[in-house]
Design a protein around this ligand. Structure first.
Ligand SMILES: CC(C)(COP(=O)(O)OP(=O)(O)OC[C@H]1O[C@@H](n2cnc3c(N)ncnc32)[C@H](O)[C@@H]1OP(=O)(O)O)[C@@H](O)C(=O)NCCC(=O)NCCS
Length: 196
């Protein structure tokens, strides 16, 4: 199977993210396009979406999976990112290195388990390598068992675990993948990435 991936510019990509997040009832706080723009504007970023045909109308192709990543710097003005950097300072080296934070992503329920997220992740890694990044970081929670399995399969290493004393399922797990040329050699998906 060849995966079809579209890489979006900021304004259009932010609208597409807002639109696709409406399909995810399980997300308590869905991102708005304004939030996406505020986060990504003025920093290196990537908005990717995988597209696939509707099962009952194969002529119609729709976005089914997405992934958004952005640069994370040692000095951040946004309080949420500043907090993230503080939490990571003892396990991630920021000095003289370019860090990519894999911020949001998911696959629509009917298209899960078909390799779309792996294809997006591999496209993200290839872009990150081409753009001089040294490491990809991602944050999840103990309770997101499927995401944890997926990150495991994509060979992310746990770098930090932050216990939530009230509810361990809510504990935060930070994972990282260090980028080297060999990463590209392990890519499995056949994919075509077009720029919108
Ligand atoms: C996690 C999620 C993005 C995976 O998307 P997907 O398109 O189904 O993933 P893929 O089909 O590309 O699978 C990627 C890898 O994970 C594995 N995987 C996928 N679903 C899995 C599952 N339910 N259990 C275990 N492993 C699984 C696949 O086997 C694959 O590994 P492989 O390529 O070595 O075979 C999707 O399930 C999702 O959107 N979940 C809801 C969002 C969420 O959990 N958010 C957490 C917030 S951090």
């Amino acid at each position: 199977m060849e995966y079809h991936i579209r890489q979006y510019p900021l304004q259009q990509g932010a609208l597409e993210i807002q639109y696709i997040e409406e399909h995810f009832g399980e997300f308590p706080r869905r991102k708005t396009s304004a939030e996406v723009i505020q986060r990504l504007d003025g920093r290196d970023h990537q908005i990717l979406m995988a597209e696939a045909p509707l099962p009952n109308d194969p002529a119609t192709v729709v976005p089914v999976s997405y992934k958004v990543a952005h640069e994370l710097r040692a000095e951040e003005a946004d309080p949420r990112l500043e907090d993230l950097v503080v939490r990571l300072h003892d396990c991630v080296e920021f000095r003289d290195r370019k860090i990519l934070y894999s911020w949001i992503g998911a696959t629509r329920r009917d298209w899960r388990g078909q390799g779309h997220f792996r294809a997006l992740s591999e496209a993200q890694e290839a872009w990150a390598l081409d753009n001089g990044f040294d490491e990809i970081l991602v944050k999840t929670k103990n309770k997101f068992y499927v995401m944890r399995s997926v990150l495991d399969n994509l060979e992310f290493d746990v770098v930090k675990y932050e216990v939530n004393p009230r509810d361990n399922r809510e504990s935060k797990v930070y994972l990282s993948k260090r980028l080297a040329r060999a990463v590209r050699d392990h890519h499995r998906s056949k994919r075509a990435v077009v720029q919108d």
